[in-house]
Design a protein around this ligand. Structure first.
Ligand SMILES: Cc1cc2nc3c(=O)[nH]c(=O)nc-3n(C[C@H](O)[C@H](O)[C@H](O)COP(=O)(O)OP(=O)(O)OC[C@H]3O[C@@H](n4cnc5c(N)ncnc54)[C@H](O)[C@@H]3O)c2cc1C
Length: 278
């Protein structure tokens, strides 16, 4: 199918993009186009006006800022995957960016687009959630930082206002923490059937862990029962058995809801084991 008709303009700056978004209540930003354009071709999305931010290269960067790392929202997955700063200080992000789709997707898709799209099957939302990251949105009245746990509000829904641009993602350095992003998909380039992001604190054991699940509900979500069990001294196996508590994963062509719950338990155990050895 071809998309419904739409107007199109290239934004020259973030402020210009915000102004253009405000000029049409049915406007959408276009970044890498690798989620929006497929949705438009299927007519699942029919924006009247596309504001192209894909050429705002000043929003493509990865830089250290004290204990934090700042990632520009227009940084493409392929650049995130090879970023020396991320590889040294927060390798779960660069590793996971390298797991997204295939090389073509990684060379067009952006980290900001992945997060702003709000797809519970996307990989990077769980990682930013597990890291307790922050997302910086810019609108007509300036910047605001949104904690990752408040950013994802529903299937394809986020806390971004219609006239806001996601400009930056901030994550803290991992330091001595171990990590894992363990993804199960049916074919190499597929979205995750289920995946688990784990960040583990402890010296060869798990004293505290942040565990986030991909494709286990309407948004990426914390495996809260497993996290609490670990703080209470449970073994990895016992905590992982609780990974699907409170989740309502979908049934679709890739897996049933029950099979997803099974995968969440198995992948959480593997992720926690891998993270303790990283
Ligand atoms: C074949 C294929 C396989 C894929 N496999 C995977 C996979 O395995 N894992 C995975 O995680 N993803 C996968 N993807 C999705 C891919 O990662 C997309 O690139 C990404 O989800 C969206 O990024 P984008 O820059 O292309 O955004 P776009 O498609 O341009 O935009 C997506 C949405 O985000 C909004 N948006 C974009 N940028 C901003 C911004 N800065 N501020 C506010 N709103 C913004 C847009 O308005 C739109 O609503 C796949 C895609 C394809 C086509």
């Amino acid at each position: 199918m071809i998309p419904a008709a739409f107007d199109y303009e290239v934004a020259e700056s973030v402020d210009h993009a915000i102004e253009l978004l405000g000029s049409n209540e049915d406007a959408k930003l276009l970044a890498g186009g690798h989620s929006l354009l497929p949705a438009m071709r299927l007519r699942l999305a029919r924006p009247a006006f596309l504001v192209d931010v894909g050429r705002l290269r000043d929003l493509s960067y990865v830089q250290e800022e004290g204990d934090w790392i700042a990632i520009g929202a227009l940084t493409r997955h392929a650049d995130v995957a090879v970023s020396p700063v991320l590889r040294e200080h927060c390798a779960i992000v660069s590793h996971t960016a390298g797991q997204v789709g295939d090389p073509q997707v990684r060379h067009r898709g952006t980290i900001g687009g992945s997060l702003a799209h709000g797809d519970p099957a996307s990989d990077l939302p769980s990682v930013i959630l597990a890291l307790h990251g922050e997302l910086v949105a810019r609108g007509p009245s300036g910047d605001r930082a949104i904690p990752a746990r408040e950013f994802f509000t529903g299937v394809f829904q986020t806390a971004l206002e219609p006239n806001e641009v996601l400009v930056e993602i901030r994550v803290s350095k991992l330091g001595a923490a171990g990590w894992s992003y363990t993804k199960m998909s049916r074919r190499a380039q597929d979205y995750a059937t289920v995946a688990v992001a784990a960040v583990v604190h402890g010296n060869g054991t798990v004293e505290r862990a942040s565990v986030a699940l991909t494709n286990m509900g309407a948004t990426s979500l914390h495996a809260t029962a497993a996290e609490e069990a670990l703080v209470g001294g449970a073994s990895i196996a016992d905590a992982a058995a609780l990974a699907a508590e409170g989740t309502e994963p979908p049934t679709d062509h890739a897996a049933s809801s029950d099979f997803r719950k099974h995968l969440a338990r198995v992948l959480t155990r593997r992720a926690l084991e891998e993270a303790t050895n990283h």
